[in-house]
Design a protein around this ligand. Structure first.
Ligand SMILES: [Zn+2]
Length: 56
């Protein structure tokens, strides 16, 4: 894997919208990455939070 297990650290990829942990990556600094989980619940919740001025 090319990684030194001596100090395995973890990066976390979180959904920037709902905070769900999408994935983790090893062999990196401890860091949080933000992405989009693209899960239906998350997408729907996001749409509902937005005002839709042109909604009829
Ligand atoms: Zn999400």
């Amino acid at each position: 894997m090319g990684c030194n297990a001596r100090s395995l650290e973890l990066g976390v990829i979180m959904c920037k919208h709902c905070g769900t942990i999408i994935d983790t990556v090893d062999c990196n600094r401890v860091k949080t990455f933000y992405s989009d989980c693209m899960q239906e619940e998350c997408v729907v919740a996001r749409l509902e939070q937005e005002d839709e001025p042109f909604l009829e």
